[in-house]
Ligand binder design. Sequence first.
Ligand SMILES: [Zn+2]
Ligand SMILES: [Zn+2]
Length: 287
Amino acid sequence: MRYSSLHVHTVFCDGEDEIETYCRAAWERGFASLGFSAHAPIYAKTGILSDWHMREDRLAEYLEAVRDAARRWAGKLPVYLGLEADYIQDLTGPADPDYRDMGLDYIIGSVHYVFPPHGGEPFTVDGPKEDFDRDVRSRFHGDGEALMETYWDALERMIRAGGFDILGHMDLVKKNNQREEWFSLTGGPYRDRARSLAGLIAQSGIVTEVNTGGINRGKTRDAYPSREILAFLREKRVPVTLASDAHRVSDLDGHYDNACRTLREAGYTRTVLFEGKGTWAGERLSR
Ligand SMILES: [Zn+2]
Ligand SMILES: [Zn+2]
């Protein structure tokens, strides 16, 4: 079974390694392809300061550096140019028109930020556990269920707005809730939302990634999305692709064996591999 990852972060945003280092590693490991997905800059659009998004003034350089790598590796390893675009309600999303002029091969649509119900700045569900716990207490008045619903609402709006090819880490909201201290991961409301979203995803025609980034960084026990959600996606025949969300080269195919096992348990027999703009090929699950 051939591997690939279209979800890779380099020194252009919050990753540790260079584009070339990843390309070499992917080629040595016999990858079918490799894609780069820097966190698209958000400051100009949202006013949100973060230390993990690419800066606006590095965007052109990034686009050129990945295209350059694609040229260098042509014939050995297909290298694709992508971005991980944030959806932050009313401020930015993968459907922003500026993404269309960048010559990207693909866009990953991700929700990291949610707005608290009583107004105020958005906050990320992807930050350190202490920050997350503090924010749920102060900004959601301790109502973890409300936070969970808000996250699914944002994901639903992003999918309806479209403009992207791959759904990033679908159930990221579970990351800082591993002991279900804020909301139940098996209860009715959570499952119902995930199941109805699976139907919406199927209609939208996007590919969902099976993202091992949480396991790679020791934050989650399983991939995004979890087996139960993968079973909902399988029911709706949503295509899935393996993604490592690597922030360093040693994680390039980290825990893919685990993800493949989970996929089989969820009823999947194949993943899909990207073959350039809007084109995917089936790949039989065999590990
Ligand atoms: Zn992400
Ligand atoms: Zn990412």
